[in-house]
Design a protein around this ligand. Structure first.
Ligand code: HMG
Ligand code: MG
Length: 311
C-alpha cells in the first residue's frame, strides 16, 4: 500500500497522540443502531491498528442518544484487553458517572458548551447550569482516581448563535479546567472554523494559563477546514488531536455537524511530516473499509477512498 513521502517541517511536534472518537462521535450519529458486537469488533480492530486512545461510548441518557444505550454491554464485551488501552467514555451527570463506575471505566470526558443555545439543546441546561452539573461529576471522578477530559463545543461558530467570540471559549474552558480536569478538547462541532480563529482561541487559552500540553483539538470537517485547522494547532504547539476512523461523526443535537477529521487523513499528513503516531495506516484503512461495509456506505475519508481503490 502506498505511503506518503516523508519530509519533516520546522516547528512541529515529533509525536502526536491521536484520540480516536469514531466509535463514540461516529456511531452516536448513525441513523440505525449498530449492534454491540460490531462496535466491539470496531474497537478491537482499531486497537490492533495501533490506536492507543479510543473514546468508546457515552453514559448519557439513552432517551437522548439511543445509539449508545448499550454502553455497559459494550464495555462488558470488550473486557480487559490485557494491554490497558485508554478507553474514555462521555459522562454528563451523576447518573452517568454511577453507570460508568459500575462498568469499571478509568477515564471519562465531560462535555460543555461555549454557547447558551447549545447548552440547552445538548444538555438541557443553561450555560451556567452546566458547571453545576459537571462540578460534582469531576469531584467524584477525581476522588475515584479517574482521568478526566473536558470538551468545549461550538468554539468556532454555532448554528443558532452564529459567531462565537474567542473570549467566550476561553472563559468556558477556564471554568471547566478549574473544576479539576486533566485535559481540554476544543471542539469545532459544526466544522466552520478557519486557521486564524484556531490561533486566536489557542492564544487566548495559553494567556488564561492553560498549558498547551493539556489542550487537544477536535475538528469536524463540514467545510473542509479540518486538516488546515489541525496543522495550525500543531504549529502552535498542540500535540493531541481528536479524529475519527473513516471520518465518521456528527452530533445528533447539531444537525449541521458532519463527520470529524478522518484519522486516516490525519495520519497520512503526520507520517508525511515524519511525526510518530504509533498507527499502522494499512490496518487502519482496512478497519475503516470493514466498518463502511457494516454501515452500508463508502467512507468519507479521502485517504481511505484513495488507498482502498488503488492501494
Ligand atoms: P434531562 O432530560 O434534563 O435529564 O437530560 P434529567 O436529569 O432530568 O433526567 C431525566 C431522566 O433521564 C431520568 O430518568 C434520569 O434518571 C435519566 P427517569 O427518572 O425519568 O426514569 N437520566 C439518565 N439515564 C441514564 N444515564 C444518564 C442519565 N441522565 C439522566 N446519564 C442529560 C440531561 C444531560 C442527561 C441529557 O441532555 C443528555 O443525555 N445529553 C447528552 C447529549 C449527547 O450525548 N450529545 C452528544 C455528545 S456531545 C458531542 O457530540 C460534541 C463533542 O463531540 C465535541 C464537539 O464536537 O464539539 C463531544
Ligand atoms: Mg464531536
Amino acid at each position: 500500500m502506498r505511503s506518503p513521502q516523508v519530509q519533516p517541517a520546522e516547528g512541529l511536534p515529533s509525536r502526536v497522540r491521536i484520540y480516536e472518537v469514531g466509535v463514540r462521535d461516529g456511531l452516536q450519529n448513525e441513523k440505525s443502531i449498530v449492534p454491540v458486537d460490531v462496535k466491539a469488533e470496531f474497537v478491537r480492530r482499531l486497537e490492533s491498528a495501533g490506536v492507543e486512545t479510543i473514546e468508546t461510548t457515552s453514559f448519557v441518557s439513552p432517551r437522548w442518544v439511543p445509539q449508545l444505550a448499550d454502553a455497559a454491554d459494550l464495555l462488558a464485551d470488550l473486557g480487559d484487553s490485557g494491554r490497558a488501552p485508554q478507553r474514555p467514555v462521555l459522562v454528563p451527570n451523576a447518573r452517568g458517572l454511577d453507570r460508568a463506575l459500575e462498568a469499571g471505566v478509568s477515564s471519562i470526558a465531560i462535555f460543555g458548551s461555549a454557547t447558551e443555545t447549545f447548552a440547552a439543546k445538548n444538555l438541557n441546561s443553561t450555560l451556567d447550569g452546566q458547571f453545576d452539573m459537571f462540578g460534582p461529576v469531576v469531584d467524584r471522578a477525581k476522588a475515584e482516581g479517574l482521568w478526566v477530559r473536558c470538551y468545549v463545543s461550538m468554539c468556532f461558530g454555532d448554528p443558532w448563535e452564529g459567531d462565537v467570540a474567542a473570549e467566550q471559549v476561553v472563559a468556558v474552558s477556564r471554568r471547566l479546567m478549574d473544576l479539576g480536569c486533566d485535559e481540554l478538547s476544543i471542539g469545532d462541532t459544526i466544522g466552520v472554523g478557519t486557521p486564524g480563529q484556531m490561533e486566536a482561541v489557542l492564544d487566548g487559552l495559553v494567556a488564561a494559563g492553560i498549558d498547551l500540553s493539556s489542550i487537544a483539538v477536535h475538528v469536524h470537517d463540514t467545510y473542509g477546514q479540518a486538516l488546515a485547522n489541525t496543522l495550525t494547532a500543531l504549529r502552535k504547539g498542540v500535540s493531541i488531536v481528536d479524529s475519527s476512523a473513516g471520518g465518521l461523526g456528527g452530533c445528533p443535537y447539531a444537525k449541521s455537524a458532519t463527520g470529524n477529521l478522518a484519522t486516516e487523513d490525519l495520519v497520512w499528513m503526520l507520517h508525511g511530516l515524519g511525526i510518530e503516531t504509533g498507527i499502522d495506516l494499512e490496518k487502519l484503512v482496512a478497519t475503516s473499509m470493514w466498518m463502511a461495509e457494516q454501515l452500508g456506505r463508502p467512507s468519507a475519508s479521502a485517504v481511505v477512498r484513495a488507498l482502498g481503490a488503488r492501494g
